[in-house]
Design a protein around this ligand. Structure first.
Ligand code: PLP
Length: 422
């Protein structure tokens, strides 16, 4: 048998039953409320379900499929890498990991990268880094990381504690010690919190913020606030950590959200769009806070040849195809159209907010219509969108979305609003 005959030409078959929601639910834990459809195939900004219905995808796997579905560059990189080498562990040097880290440090303010598998894992590692920095560089016994209310940082115990939304924490007590919450975009609240926490002895080691709160309702960070936070962190010698998991990798129209709010963090995290749909996360740090040493942090899969090879194809395509220019112009087109829709449906809509290709249609409270109603109506019309809380319909298409796609999405959103108004 030659090695060629061992390579199947199609993906492994999935039992027919797996596509029946009832059978699926018998075997998979009920941690998600799923829409009763199963996606079978994708191409660009389009998805097709198991019934053959076509959807225009303005969810992109929750801000993850940077280049849409089955982009030729990703297909080529994934095919080439899986035929060459998929995994070896971090016991050995991994050239693909080094190349990706170099691309990331060449294209950001960071000096070093640690690779892991998800956004939560990246934030978890950044929190560990902040705690060690607190211990070894600031002499703090029990370091505190300050985060914002309405933030979202992940589902592990530390990151769900960092997440300033009680709804995600309910039933998971005891939460992790070492976190404190302040309102977002409010410098006085942050100053007061640090004064209080540090009054008797030094405790605060870091401030962890999203450049824009995505899950918290598509709330952009205020550049003035971020500059003041940066200044305060510099005065105190504490770390500014930015969670770029949702808005990094081009989504705001800049490669990194920190460029959009106009500050450089000491540490930032990335995941989602970094892999374009393959599981990868990263902690990116400046040299002065690169404090984790052998044995202190790790990940079996982190930075393996396969994910790094594919992620590199996403990074290179972003650059070669000037995808960021597309993000900026399609974002403008989308916001202009959404504003007109918000005006037309002013009985339901309050307005529009966002940057680049992360935008929210904000609903008025107490109209009897919530974001999920519009998401469901849009789904029937063949458009995938996602709520960000009860009052915001979030539109986060692949960054390669075309003007024709945006125009079509606007027609479908309008139809969905008409449908829920009836
Ligand atoms: N941080 C932010 C800002 C996010 O939006 C998310 C996910 O939505 C996470 C962290 C968690 O990422 P993951 O689901 O990959 O663990």
């Amino acid at each position: 048998m030659t090695s060629q005959t061992l390579i199947p030409q199609t993906t492994p078959s999935v039992a027919e039953d797996a596509f029946q929601p009832a059978v699926f639910d018998q075997h998979v834990m009920a941690t998600y409320s799923r829409f009763p459809i199963a996606m079978e195939r994708g191409e660009g900004t389009r998805l097709w379900d198991s019934e053959g219905k076509e959807y225009l995808d303005f969810v992109a796997g929750i801000a993850t499929c940077t280049l849409g579905h089955c982009h030729p560059a990703m297909v080529a990189a994934a095919s080439a890498q899986i035929r060459k080498l998929q995994h070896v562990s971090n016991l050995y040097y991994i050239p693909e990991q080094g190349a990706l880290a170099q691309w990331l440090t060449d294209h950001s303010c960071a000096d070093r990268v640690f690779f892991c598998n998800s956004g939560a894992e990246a934030n978890e590692g950044a929190i560990k880094l902040a705690r060690k920095y607190g211990h070894t560089e600031l002499g703090i016994e029990a370091p505190i990381v300050i985060t914002a209310t309405s933030s979202f940082h992940g589902r592990t115990l530390a990151t769900v504690t960092a997440t300033g939304q009680p709804k995600y924490q309910k039933n998971f007590n005891p939460l992790m010690p070492g976190f404190y919450y302040v309102p977002y975009n409010n410098i006085d609240a942050l100053r007061m919190a640090i004064e209080e926490l540090d009054a008797d002895k030094r405790q605060v080691a870091a401030v962890l913020l999203e450049p824009m709160q995505g899950e918290g309702g598509v709330c952009p960070g205020n550049p003035v606030y971020f500059k003041q936070v940066r200044q305060l962190c510099d005065e105190l010698g504490i770390l500014l950590i930015l969670d770029e998991v949702q808005v990094g990798m081009g989504r705001t129209g800049n490669l990194w959200g920190y460029q959009t709010v106009g500050v450089e963090p000491d540490v930032f995290t990335s995941a989602k769009g970094l892999g374009g749909g393959i599981p990868i996360g990263a902690i990116l740090t400046k040299q002065h806070c690169d404090v984790l040493r052998p044995g202190e942090h790790g990940s079996t899969f982190g930075g393996n040849p396969f994910v790094c090879g594919v992620s590199m194809s996403v990074c290179q395509t972003l650059e070669q195809d000037d995808v960021l220019a597309n993000v900026r112009s399609r974002g403008k087109q989308l916001r202009k159209g959404l504003r007109a829709i918000a005006q037309k449906h002013s009985n339901l809509c309050e307005g529009v907010r966002g940057w680049g290709l992360i935008n929210g249609l904000v609903l008025k409270p107490d109209t009897g219509v919530v974001a999920l109603d519009i998401v469901k109506a849009a789904l029937s019309e063949g458009l995938l969108v996602i709520p960000a809380g009860a009052q915001v319909v979030r539109l986060i298409p692949p960054l390669i979305v075309s003007d024709v796609d945006v125009a079509e999405a606007l027609v479908l959103i309008d139809r969905a609003l008409v449908a829920v108004s009836k």
